[in-house]
Design a protein around this ligand. Sequence first.
Ligand code: AMP
Length: 437
Amino acid sequence: MAEKEAAPKKEKKVREKKMAYQTVKGMHDILPEEQPLWDKVRLATKHVGEFYNFQRIDTPVLEGADIFERGLGTKTDIVEKEMFVIKTRGGDKLVMRPEFTSAVMRAYYQHGLSQFGQPMKLYYEGPVFRYEQPQAGRYRQFNQVGFEILGAESDPVYDAQAIMSAFRIIEELKIKNVTVHINSIGCHKCRATYIKKLEAHYKKNALKICKDCKNRISTNPLRVLDCKEEKCQLVKAEAPIILDYLDSECKAHFTKVLEYLDEVKIPYYIDSYLVRGLDYYNRTVFEFFGEGFSVALGGGGRYDYLSETLKLGKLSAVGSALGTERIIEVMKASGKIIVPRGAARVFLVHIGDEAKKRGLALIEEFRKSGVRINESFGKDSLKSQMRVADKEQAQLSLILGQREVFEGSIIVRDMETGAQESVPLERIVEEVKKRLK
Ligand code: AMP
């Protein structure tokens, strides 16, 4: 029965069958074969994060809805259309986090993280949920890794550090030709002047813009600059740009950020129409774009207003996040990734009950020595176990029969040459270590 299941043809048939149960729309499994890539991204995040003195934080997937409604702004796409909202039995309105920043800000205040050395630098990784229309590179459950720097003055050096940290992950993953698109959206004061000009421009061109832009110009005017509709592109191309309306402080801040990026050799492109849709951003906003990919690999910005909007106090902060699925897509597309096989290179074959029992304890000896070993205890015949060892591409098989258990020995078989040798059981771990390539 078990052997039949392992036969390759049958396995394929089961995979191809359209199952009654599928992942829900916009959500995806991460199968074992992809896990090494995911590990790489997580490891790069940890390396980079720890190097730049970020500490890891994990927040729950569920948060109170008000954090995001207030923090991101009620007129943003995320809050208006994209949140997975849950009503609890007790009547609370919870949300599956659509982003990390507001949750991290909540945690910062809840746990009094301001008592420690500032700025508090935190990094995170985990799933995020947005009820979007799924398409290539756009999911309803996706993952982000990211950095937040909270509690320093609005110092441009931290904007550069937030950008640099995410960029270093990209570099560590050997992703080439990524550029930072960057802009400054100023402070409330300069933005108010700019928005008036933008509104006037779009109102003057009301007949030439799409329905959504007509709405946006009165609800969340900066968002017209995100519009991808063809008919709006001409109007956008002639729209005023915010950089022309920055006050001297915001202008100096932006210049410094660019100088710092030059200093650490981060390639950037000033994208005057980049605004990012959330209410909490001020001054620097940025996104990472890979060559040949139209969707952003990541983004972020300064959010000095978030804590006040949440009525938590005054706190300067800046952060960046990368979309893990998109990063992995680029890694796959580059074709240069060598995915290490997850399987162990040593395989234990048992013949008979006594050998199975002894084999179970033997595996523990391997575990203590840090050598991975695989088995197929569910199968009894030598042939079927050897077949699994073959499939798993084991370098060595260790064959343990009744006689070997009795004699205190074990047979080591080189799977490539077929050469076999009997070795004392008490020395087997050592012998395997010597032979592993
Ligand atoms: P955002 O908070 O929207 O700037 O998202 C930061 C990054 O997360 C983006 O640049 C993407 O790489 C990724 N991302 C955002 N939305 C999605 C999505 N629906 N599916 C996959 N990745 C996403």
